[in-house]
Write a protein of this length. Structure first.
Length: 384
């Protein structure tokens, strides 16, 4: 089935990206955070690929980054220090948190990426000044991309980039609609492969496969008990092994589960919001989209706007419980999680907190998740 292609791309990202450069002769820029405006890169026919970690033990980052910084940012930096991304033409970041910023800065200073661009994404996105400020920063980015590529772009090129990314977002949302079903035809593991594989591939090659998956899901039936419907919310998470463990508990334990929705920067926070098309000022429209999108907790102030989105997901996807994840030492989410847990529990959604290290085996978590699922089962029995 077409859905298996997502896993292939995820597991063979470097093979795909090297082949893409060989096939197209195009430029490829690695980005560290989803606040990078991919629309602008596609307008230049530059391929933006997200740099994620490998979930493997590493010992190369200690001279470059504090041990008290999150393991995700250290895992990302390790990929550069190990030479995994030597084929990139440059790197970029949209400012999100100080931890990932340090990974970017160290990569830029010590690995000679060739081209680099720091995008000072506004922290106070709720300010009316954020959109004009960000548009001005995008204009500076365009000038640097003109130098990199030798091209100049028009509003029509920007509209092309907007259309490409909106098609990706729309297709992902349509696939997520199937996860609302009582017995979803797509697992949480498969959904994570889908969203993350798009980070590593050309959207124009990813889209035909995703649209074929949409057709196949209409008649696909999975021979498994979905068990409890879980939501994942919190820090960056692309830990396929953890999701696989959760969704296979039902094979050996009395209670199983399916992850039906997530609120992470690798999933809905990345793709749920679209850019307005066919405006008089497409660059402003792109800026408005990145300012208004579901924010990282580091930018979600003074009003906590994420909570309404999280609660709507919990209701729309009919979740039985939520696992709240925090990458160890992740300051923005550590400050945010008490409010998220309180809001979910007030809405009647039980929560369970787990602190993640991306290079820690997920096996020890199985007992804790199993206990949480048994608690959910007990609560159901009490009210039957």
């Amino acid at each position: 089935m077409a859905i298996e292609q997502f896993q292939h791309w995820y597991e063979n990202r470097h093979i795909y990206q090297k082949d893409w450069k060989k096939r197209t002769g195009g430029k490829m820029i690695g980005f560290f955070c989803t606040y990078v405006p991919e629309e602008i890169y596609y307008a230049f026919d530059v391929l933006p690929v997200r740099i994620l970690g490998s979930h493997e033990l590493q010992d190369v980052t200690e001279p470059h980054i504090f041990a008290m910084f999150c393991p995700f940012c250290r895992d990302v930096l390790a990929q550069g220090l190990k030479g995994k991304y030597n084929y990139l033409d440059g790197i970029t970041i949209g400012q999100s948190c100080i931890h990932l910023r340090q990974a970017y800065t160290s990569w830029d200073q010590h690995l000679n990426p060739g081209w680099s661009h720091y995008l000072p994404m506004p922290s106070h996105v709720q300010s009316p000044s954020s959109v004009p400020f960000l548009k001005g920063e995008f204009e500076l980015l365009i000038k640097k991309l003109e130098t990199l590529t030798g091209k100049t772009i028009t509003d029509a090129d920007l509209e092309k980039g907007i259309e490409i990314m909106n098609q990706v977002r729309q297709t992902m949302k349509k696939i997520y609609e199937f996860r609302k079903q009582e017995n979803p035809p797509i697992t949480g593991e498969e959904a994570m492969y889908m969203t993350c594989s798009q980070f590593f591939t050309d959207a124009r090659e990813w889209l035909p496969v995703a649209k074929q998956v949409l057709k196949e899901l209409e008649t696909r039936k999975l021979d498994r008990d979905p068990g409890k419907r879980l939501m994942l919310v919190g820090s960056e998470n692309d830990d396929i092994a953890f999701i696989n463990m959760v969704e296979h508990l039902g094979e050996t334990e009395a209670v199983g589960a399916t992850i039906v929705i997530e609120e992470h920067c690798t999933t809905t926070r990345y793709f749920w919001d679209e850019t307005q098309e066919k405006t008089d000022d497409p660059l402003k429209a792109i800026a408005a989209r990145y300012v208004a999108r579901t924010p990282c907790p580091s930018k979600d102030w003074p009003k906590r706007t994420r909570l309404d989105r999280i609660l709507k997901f919990a209701k729309d996807f009919n979740v039985d419980g939520a696992i709240v994840l925090q990458q160890k030492f992740c300051d923005p989410h550590e400050a945010d999680i008490p409010f998220v847990k309180q809001a979910l529990e007030k809405a009647g959604v039980p929560t369970y907190f787990l602190e993640f290290d991306v290079t820690t085996p997920v096996g020890p978590f199985s007992i804790r998740v199993e206990a949480f699922l048994e608690t959910l089962e007990t609560e159901d029995d009490l009210f039957d």
